[in-house]
Ligand binder design. Sequence first.
Ligand SMILES: C[S@@+](CC[C@H](N)C(=O)[O-])C[C@H]1O[C@@H](n2cnc3c(N)ncnc32)[C@H](O)[C@@H]1O
Length: 435
Amino acid sequence: MVCSVVDICGGCERSNTLESKVRELYECFNIGALGSRFHLYASPDSGYRARGEFRIYRESSGVDSTNALPSLYLSMSAKGKNSRIKIQNCPILLPALQSVLQALLPLLQHSNILSQKLYAIEVLGSRFSTQEHLPQSLPKPTAMTWLDSSSQGLCYAIEPDEWQCSDVAITLIYHKRLDSTYEQAARELPCALKALCEQAVPKMVREITIVARSKNQKLCFRDSIMDSSVQDCITDVVQVCGKPYFYLRKEGQFCQPNAYMNACMLSFAKSMIQAHKRVDLLEMYGGDGNFSIALAECFNKVLVTEVVKTASAHISRNALLNNITNITSVRLSGAETMSALSGEREFYRLKGVDISSFNFSHILIDPPRSGIGDGAMLAFIAGFSYIIYISCNPASLLKDLQVLLQTHSIENFALFDQFPHTHHKECALILRKQA
Ligand SMILES: C[S@@+](CC[C@H](N)C(=O)[O-])C[C@H]1O[C@@H](n2cnc3c(N)ncnc32)[C@H](O)[C@@H]1O
């Protein structure tokens, strides 16, 4: 990756190589002794990140500061310091996001209405592709030779898309009331940005959404007319085991940060369960239905629960978009899901859902960084024949495994380089109940 502020900005560090992460993981989980197959998915080195958050950095020209607007830059926290540094370009972002940001900053800079009290910018992008442009399958894996020859590791080196096309949502966060004058100025932004991006690289940016946020205010602007319920969403197309799935990703809501690794995670989960006896799936911590949508055709029925109300509603919308009819989405926390399924408590939110009709063979969990932790919840999860555990924190995963490995064995262990150039590791494990 070529970046002028690597090791200076708090984001990326050269020392966090993929090899160092594999070694740490092998040691931490004693993977060599587990007897399970290890899969490594290596991200493209740059242009992979589907979302980012920046603060605004202002620099006055110093010559005649009475009329000139201060220069506007993106900024990040400096590594290990309580200060901020300028970001001219962030090469880990999807190319379309880089292109829109390059065009956006000068437009904001020249408009007092748009730049005044602008505090932060968030970006969200997708890989929007048509079938012929998406890679049909993952590259052929190579044996992983970094560690001892007994490791049985397979390495998939993912290449960046040759044909880049994205939907983009830009969120402008203000510390001021957004009035009608602001609205008039911001309404022009999507078309102006689209024209500038088209000039720079034709067809790389498909749709642009501008979301302006302030306290108790959220305004959406788009270069095309939209149904108001999805105007703060972008469309993502994810190729899973050779089949494209369509997702609406909502601005401000969780989605996997690395667009390439997300496709790998879904393909991994889908291909690893093919040999299992599959009946119904329970997914907890379901987000926008990322996993359930891709896995639904492998099961008779899917129950997916998620605590965030808007995310839970979004799952049904994504199912509809893919003509999937066997997913039931309910807003329930993990603990509530356990209470409902154990028959401890009835929920009004489950009205019309016959939970006794589910015959779960698999559970998929993708909890927050803290993992599961709770003993009762781990015992509940251990009741399933197969567990698909997605984790962004090896430390909490390791603790949870101390319980789950009393009843289950690891069939497959995968590391996804979801966060290249950082120490963060994303793992996926397929666990099978011991006979
Ligand atoms: C790591 S994300 C995974 C989302 C999804 N699997 C995906 O791939 O996009 C974790 C999700 O768990 C949800 N969550 C957090 N705490 C929860 C809880 N106590 N019960 C249920 N869901 C929760 C968050 O809202 C978030 O959507």
